[in-house]
Design a binder for this molecule. Structure first.
Ligand code: ATP
Ligand code: MG
Length: 251
């Protein structure tokens, strides 16, 4: 089983879109997948219209040790989803003074052997919630927009990953970098992809997710791209991403 944190401290780069659609596509291919919303914005939760099992059964209570992973998981089609709530925005401060605060998620997830894949959708910062995800996971996936400034935040992100690896989670690996909102006709996009390839080699997935309106629309219907528009460019790209993800295998 693989635990995969999807992270980038830059906002709006496609973390949640990636978790929803890669998760859904892999579930359709028979993988037992759980998606964990670690963002107080709860976009993963609302994108899939995941209603918590109770008012106090979200990832906030999970991290506080007030609910088990089993209790917070809700079925959404073939997926299991751990919803979050705005209360999670208080967690960083509330948990900051706890001993072992970086390991709360790892501890709370417990035995995950019934799943093939668990995806952690991180908030857009490198705070305690993200560090908890980095400590709990085996590997990370980084979605990024193929723009010049994105390279800058990528370096900072990889520095943090190195630190966590050194101090908290020696087995942590970078599972891959995925270009999002890619426009082939834009020279800048192509140049940035070349720069990432030069620096990170085959860590860059050869599949890129193109800019596609259906991907932006699907969340308002509470659906993943395969349920919303199976014949869209977005579904085509995520289908090939799922294939590449499985071909690359575990770390
Ligand atoms: N390839 C794409 N084509 C069109 N729209 C996209 C694409 N990828 C993401 N979007 C849209 O861009 C917005 C940001 O995407 P998303 O929420 O996945 O990013 P995020 O990194 O999770 O953001 P945050 O940092 O706030 O959590 C959303 O409205 C989403 O629907
Ligand atoms: Mg998000």
């Amino acid at each position: 089983m693989r635990i995969i944190a999807v992270l980038n401290q830059k906002g709006g780069v496609g973390k949640t879109t990636l978790v929803v659609n890669l998760g859904a596509g892999l579930a359709r291919r028979g993988q037992k997948a759980a998606l964990v919303d670690l963002d107080p914005q709860a976009h993963l939760t609302t994108s899939l219209k995941a209603t918590p099992n109770g008012p106090e059964l979200t990832t906030y209570e999970l991290l506080k040790g007030q609910a088990t992973f089993q209790q917070v998981l809700v079925p959404v089609g073939e997926l299991m989803v751990a919803p979050s709530s705005l209360r999670l925005s208080g967690a960083e401060l509330e948990l900051a003074s706890q001993p072992g605060r970086e390991y709360l998620l790892k501890e709370a997830l417990g035995d995950l052997s019934r799943f093939d894949l668990v995806f952690l959708d991180c908030p857009p910062n490198l705070g305690l919630l993200t560090v908890n995800a980095l400590t709990a996971c085996h590997e990370i996936l980084i979605p990024m927009q193929t723009e010049y400034l994105a390279l800058h935040s990528l370096s900072k992100l990889l520095d943090t990953v190195e630190l966590v690896k050194k101090r908290l989670n020696p087995g942590l690996t970078v599972g891959g970098i995925i270009g999002n909102r890619f426009a082939k006709r834009k020279r800048l996009n192509r140049e940035v992809v070349e720069m990432i390839e030069e620096r990170f080699g085959d860590q860059l997935f050869s599949t890129q997710i193109r800019d596609n309106i259906s991907l932006a629309e699907a969340p308002s219907f509470g659906k993943d791209i395969f349920a919303y528009k199976p014949r869209s460019i977005g579904a085509e790209d995520f289908d090939s991403l799922c294939r590449e993800f499985l071909e690359r295998g575990g770390s």
